[in-house]
Write a protein that binds this ligand. Structure first.
Ligand code: GDP
Ligand code: MG
Length: 164
């Protein structure tokens, strides 16, 4: 059967934007307020001659006791358990934050292959210097992308499909 790819990361890093780019449709709701994608959302996608199932998740806020945020985290945990490969997405504009490190710990425990993506790199010259700090997560090479401007998507999918 088709490999399953889950997009995980903190709220607002651009998971749903990336999901829609990969799905080629506006299936997932993109918004500035966290908590919009509470359920897991699926799409059948292709890259070159490969098919895969993509899952968007609401986001992981590691320590939150808020009911909605903990439901989102639960859905993300199910997606991680279901996935063959995980796209772990972070935000260059916010930089590396403690919550990213906690998500990285969760992902390491899952034992699943992880592709680390740094989103919102809308201008490579301007933002590349800020991408390097994500090496500190110790979860692999950070791949710069701009979901909004559709930059770096092919390089990202090349990495993801190595695990198919
Ligand atoms: P999610 O909560 O992780 O699903 O994030 P969303 O996809 O809903 O995006 C959150 C906000 O970030 C929205 O305002 C998006 O328009 C914005 N965003 C997403 N991707 C990019 C990007 O590549 N560059 C910039 N500048 N903004 C982005
Ligand atoms: Mg979302």
């Amino acid at each position: 059967s088709k490999p399953i790819v889950a997009i995980v990361g903190r709220p607002n890093v651009g998971k749903s934007t990336l999901f829609n780019v990969l799905a080629g449709e506006r299936i997932s709701i993109v918004q500035d307020t966290p908590g919009v994608t509470r359920d897991r959302i699926y799409a059948d996608c292709t890259w070159l001659d490969m098919s895969y199932t993509l899952i968007d998740t609401g986001g992981i806020e590691p320590d939150s006791k808020d009911i909605i945020l903990s439901q989102m985290r639960e859905q993300a945990e199910i997606a991680i358990a279901t996935a063959d490969v995980i796209i772990f997405i972070t935000d260059v504009r916010q930089g590396l934050v403690d919550a990213d490190s906690k998500v990285a710990d969760m992902l390491r425990k899952s034992g699943k292959p992880v592709v680390l993506v740094v989103n919102k790199v809308d201008n490579f010259d301007k933002f590349m210097p800020d991408v390097y700090e994500f090496y500190n997560l110790g979860i692999g090479d950070p791949i710069p992308v701009s979901a909004a401007s559709r930059l770096g998507i092919g390089d990202m999918l090349d990495e993801v499909s190595k695990y198919f």
